[in-house]
Each structure stands twice: as C-alpha cells, then as structure tokens.
Design a protein. Sequence first.
Length: 201
Amino acid sequence: MPTLLFVNACVRGRDSRTLQLAYQLLDRIREANSNDMAFHIEEIRLSTENMLPLNYERLERRNELLMQGFLEDSMFDYAHAVAQADMIVIAAPYWDMSFPAILKIFFELASVVGITFCYDDNGNPVGLCNSEDMYYVTTSGGYIGEFNLGFEYALALSQLYGIENAHFISAEGLDIEGADVDAIMNEACNKDFDNYSNSSQ
C-alpha cells in the first residue's frame, strides 16, 4: 500500500485553520484514489516531536554516522520517512512570511545526503525520494502576495529531493472584515486540487 506522509506543522492543533484545510485536501486525495489505490497516511505531528536543531555536537554525530554508513540510526528517521513516501502533504500556517520554526527544524533533519538526495560525479544534486507530488497547504489572515517564502523554500527542497510536482494550496484573507471563511476554505481546496489533479492526468 502506498504511503502518504502528512507533515503537520500546525502548532495550534484543532484550532488551526491550516489543519482544517489540510484535512479537506486529504479527503479529496482519498476520494481521487479510491478506485485505484488507497493511501496509508503516516502523520508526523511536529508539535509533539522531540526535535532539536543541529548544534555542533549533533552535527558532528550526524557526520560521523554518515561517514561510517550508519544510515539506519534513529537520527535519520525523518529523512527516511520523506524518502520512502509516495506522496507528501505539508500543512504549515503562514507565519512571518514563511512558516513556524519547527518546520525548518524538520526540513533540516530530513535533508540528508545519501537518503533524500546525493551528488553525482560532477557535484550536481540528485534526488532520491520516491514521491512525485508534494502539496504545501497554508492559510493566512491577509494576502500572501509575492512574499510566499514558505512555499518557495519547500519548493526548492522538493526539487533537491527529486520531487517533480510541488503544489500550493492556500486560503487567504481569512481575517479581512466580512470574509466568508468557510467559502474561502472550500474554494481553496476544491479549485486548486482540481487544477492539479487534472493537470497531472
């Protein structure tokens, strides 16, 4: 059974509108694949994970493990989860023009030479991930406009990992006076997912 990796960076939990939008997307993905293949959804809820950024000691330990070829160490669990997934959905609210810091830590721990990417003889990066699609889900009280730095960062990493298609799902302007939040949320998921699923067929 193929695996869908759901990276949940919604630190507000059930109160998160981004999480609600992500759940809508996951339902749409289930519906779209019900006749062909059902995904096993593996969720990593970052707010409950014991993740630390790489300091000097942890970086040295990681480098030593890589040099010795110990790629099955638990330090690389996130990298293996990303590399082995058949589809990836990332849910991250739009904070300070990007995303919560905990997602940056996840990306840092998932970006491992020899697991999610490698280099060819000419020094060019080669992606090693199974997934062909990454969906990045976000919501914002205002409008993101040209400062879509969170998705742009995820897009760059997906290209490094060898993921061909990166999709942006957003519901914006949710805190604007008079906004119909439910309508904006439904339109964001339905319109964008239909566009992406049709273009990939």
